[in-house]
Design a protein around this ligand. Structure first.
Ligand code: NAI
Length: 324
C-alpha cells in the first residue's frame, strides 16, 4: 500500500525539514509515499527545487513528488494532510487582518480536502493561529468528520518533556504523561502534574513548575528566534512527524501525548473549539484522556486559554469567515 501525503507551505523552512523525514519513512515506517506539495504560485519554483533534492536523496520509499499551486489538485486522494503554509503576522497587522488572511487560506483548503481528499483523510494544521485555522478548515469540510482536523501542540509537549528531562537528569524516554492544554499560543498550559518517571509518579517543586518550567516552555519559541535568528523549524517538523505517527500507529501503552482537536465538551471546554488535550491514539483515532484531577493552577489556566480560543472563534464568526 502507498500513502498519499499532501504538505502545504512546502517551500518554507518547516517544509524543508519535514519533507525529507516523511520521505525517509520517519512518519509512516516502511510504507511507500506519494508526496503532493502545495505552494503559492511565486514559491512553486522553490518547491520544485526541494522536489529535485528529494529525488537526489534517492529515498527507497519515495514513490513520487508533485508540486501544485492549486489546492483541489494538491489534496486529490490525500490520506494525510499537513497544513504548514500560513500567513504570518507582519508589522501593523491587526488580529482581525491575521484571522481574515488565514481564513482565506484555510477555508478553501478545507473545502478542497472535503471535495478531493481520501475518505480516511487525517489533517494536521501547523500554520498559525493553528487551533483556529483548524476550526476554519473543519467548518469548510462538512463531509469529513470534524475529529479528523487537528492542530499541533506537540512541539510544546516535546519542549516540556525536554525541560523535565534536563531538570530530573534523565532521558526523555523515561518520562510519560506530560500535557499541554489549550491554544498553541502564550496562553497554553504546560502541565506536568501527572508526570511519571519510569512509570511512577514524581513530585516536582511547585515553585519551579510555576516560575521556571511554564515560562520556559511558553517562551521557548521566542528564545529560539533570539538564538537562531529564525523561528523553530526542524523541531516543529519533528513534532509534526511525531503527531502523525502516533495518530496512525497508536501511542505507547500507559502514556499519552498532547494534540489539539475539536472538543466534545471534555473538561468543560465548549464543544467544537479546537483545544489541546492529553490524548491517546488507538485504532487510528485520537481519544481524550478523561477524568484527570487537575490542580487549581491548571484549571485556572485552562479556563483562560479557552477564553482566548472562544474569542478567536467569535472573531472569525463575526467577520463572516465561517460557513453558515
Ligand atoms: P515559512 O514562512 O518559512 O514558510 C511558509 C510557507 O508557506 C511559505 O513558503 C509560503 O509561500 C507558504 N504558503 C503561504 N500561503 C500558502 C498557501 N495558501 N498555500 C500553500 N502554501 C502557502 O514559515 P515556517 O517557518 O515554515 O512556518 C510555517 C507556519 O508554521 C507558520 O504559520 C508558523 O507560525 C507555524 N508554526 C507552528 C508551530 C506549532 O507548534 N503549531 C511551530 C512553528 C511554526
Amino acid at each position: 500500500m502507498t500513502a498519499t501525503v499532501t504538505v502545504t507551505g512546502a517551500a518554507g523552512q518547516i517544509g524543508y525539514a519535514l519533507l525529507f523525514r516523511i520521505a525517509s519513512g520517519a512518519m509512516l515506517g516502511e510504507v511507500p509515499v506519494r508526496l503532493r506539495l502545495l505552494e503559492v504560485p511565486q514559491a512553486v519554483g522553490a518547491a520544485e527545487g526541494t522536489a529535485m533534492e528529494l529525488a537526489d536523496a534517492a529515498f527507497p520509499l519515495l514513490e513520487s513528488v508533485d508540486v501544485f499551486d492549486d489546492a483541489d489538485a494538491a489534496f486529490e486522494g490525500a490520506q494525510l494532510a499537513l497544513l504548514v503554509g500560513a500567513r504570518p503576522r507582519t508589522a501593523g497587522m491587526e488580529r482581525a487582518d491575521l484571522l481574515t488572511a488565514n481564513a482565506g487560506i484555510f477555508g478553501p483548503q478545507g473545502r478542497a480536502i472535503n471535495d478531493h481528499a481520501s475518505d480516511d483523510v487525517r489533517v494536521l494544521v501547523v500554520g498559525n493561529p493553528a487551533n483556529t485555522n483548524a476550526l476554519i478548515a473543519a467548518a469548510h469540510a462538512p463531509d469529513v468528520p470534524a475529529e479528523r482536523f487537528t492542530a499541533m501542540t506537540r512541539l510544546d509537549h516535546n519542549r516540556g518533556l525536554a525541560q523535565l528531562a534536563t531538570r530530573l537528569d534523565v532521558g526523555v524516554d523515561r518520562l510519560s504523561r506530560m500535557t499541554i492544554w489549550g491554544n498553541h499560543s502564550s496562553t497554553q498550559v504546560p502541565d506536568p502534574s501527572q508526570l511519571l518517571l519510569d512509570g511512577e509518579p514524581i513530585a516536582l517543586d511547585d515553585a519551579w513548575v510555576a516560575e521556571e518550567f511554564v515560562p520556559t516552555v511558553v517562551n521557548r519559541g521566542a528564545a529560539i528566534i533570539a538564538a537562531r535568528g529564525a523561528s523553530s523549524a526542524a523541531s516543529a517538523a519533528s513534532a509534526a512527524i511525531d503527531h502523525m505517527r502516533d495518530w496512525v500507529e497508536d501511542t505507547a501503552p500507559g502514556d499519552w501525548v498532547s494534540a489539539a482537536l475539536p472538543s466534545r465538551g471534555e473538561y468543560g471546554v465548549p464543544e467544537g473549539l479546537v483545544c489541546s488535550f492529553p490524548v491517546t491514539g488507538a485504532d487510528g483515532a485520537w481519544r481524550v484522556v478523561e477524568g484527570l484531577e487537575l490542580p487549581p493552577a491548571v484549571r485556572a489556566g485552562l479556563a483562560a486559554t479557552v477564553v482566548e480560543l472562544e474569542a478567536e472563534r467569535d472573531a472569525v464568526r463575526a467577520l463572516g469567515l465561517l460557513p453558515q
